[in-house]
Design a protein around this ligand. Structure first.
Ligand code: BG6
Length: 304
């Protein structure tokens, strides 16, 4: 189906949902846009990737690279990519795509509704297909529920629809917009054990996380809530993780930014990833006909 026809079909199907629109952001890439009583948001149907979220009157909460590829088979660089059913490189086959298959598939719009208090709920789904079974031989149904209120809640539900159990690692790889990484403090990890993936050493966090170089750390069994304290913008972004044993904290800094073709060389000061994840020892087994839910809620608070 042509993109224009698909957009018309979606507009007609959800004509009764006020504040909802669909548009083709780049050739072949349909976005679902929400402008409700509380906030604006946009979600790419490719990857089921929330790209923008801003409560009314607030600066954007999520970051997207100006150099993001819009090419099928490549991920979008920004917002909340979904890493699933593996995180990072595939454990056995490095030729398979990094961070799994979910961010590289077109998802279906299953439902969109507004609640009585003006909150918008979106449900996107992805089921196994020949293409997914080629890289991961299991039957599944994934549902992404996005709730756009003054807060943003994202839930990823993995259902095993097959007869064999499977083990997944996963992440909501959230790119947050910050005024300047050099003055940012991330709170909530004091005392937590982490794997520094740059030198493969296990370490313990002392105090706030501060950034002075490339950072790529996996915090295990971390507290459920963390806080990005942004002094220049006088705001705190709180991120509450649920059913998430791991949090990955990432900033590529200078050399890695230059190496990444879809990341601007001078963009790294304006973003940080704090990911809601289950990786390594926190990977999850999903038995047949059962499901597992991973969720996060983001809220913006003034820094007084
Ligand atoms: C992070 C990883 O989660 O994702 C980093 O810890 C990685 O090692 C980053 O570089 C980005 O990954 P990708 O596949 O989107 O370039």
């Amino acid at each position: 189906m042509k993109i224009t026809e698909e957009i018309i079909r979606l507009q007609q199907r959800f004509a009764d949902v006020s504040g909802l629109s669909f548009h083709e952001k780049r050739p072949g890439f349909i976005f679902l846009n929400i402008n409700n009583r509380h906030a604006t948001a946009s979600i790419s149907l490719y990857g089921a990737q929330v790209i923008d979220f801003a409560p009314h009157g607030e600066r954007p909460v999520l970051w997207e690279s100006a150099c993001s590829f819009y090419a099928v088979g490549k991920p979008l660089r920004g917002g909340i990519p979904l890493c699933w059913p593996w995180f990072g490189a595939h454990p056995e086959n490095p030729d398979l795509p990094a961070h799994g298959l979910a961010r590289l598939q077109y998802w279906e719009v299953a439902a969109v509704r507004n609640t009585a208090d003006g909150v918008t709920e979106v449900e996107l789904t992805l089921t196994d297909s020949d293409a997914t079974r080629e890289v991961w031989p299991y039957k599944f149904k994934l549902t992404l529920k996005v709730t756009v209120a003054e807060t943003l809640t994202v839930e990823l539900i993995t259902r095993n629809t097959g007869t064999k159990s499977f083990r997944i690692s996963e992440a909501m790889h959230t790119y947050f917009t910050v005024s300047d990484i050099h003055s940012l403090a991330v709170k909530g990890f004091d005392g937590c054990e982490y794997l520094d993936t740059l030198d493969q050493q296990r370490k313990q966090q002392k105090g706030d996380i501060r950034f002075t170089a490339e950072t790529d750390c996996i915090y295990q069994h971390a507290d459920a809530e963390s806080y990005l304290v942004d002094p220049a913008w006088r705001r705190i972004i709180a991120n509450r993780r649920s059913n998430s044993g791991s949090a990955v904290v990432w900033n590529p800094w200078i050399a890695k930014s230059i190496r990444m073709p879809d990341f601007g060389d001078t963009e790294y000061p304006f973003m940080v990833c704090v990911e809601t994840a289950n990786v390594g020892e926190c990977a999850v087994t999903v038995e047949p006909e059962t499901e597992h839910q991973l969720a996060m809620t983001v809220r913006v608070m003034p820094l007084l």
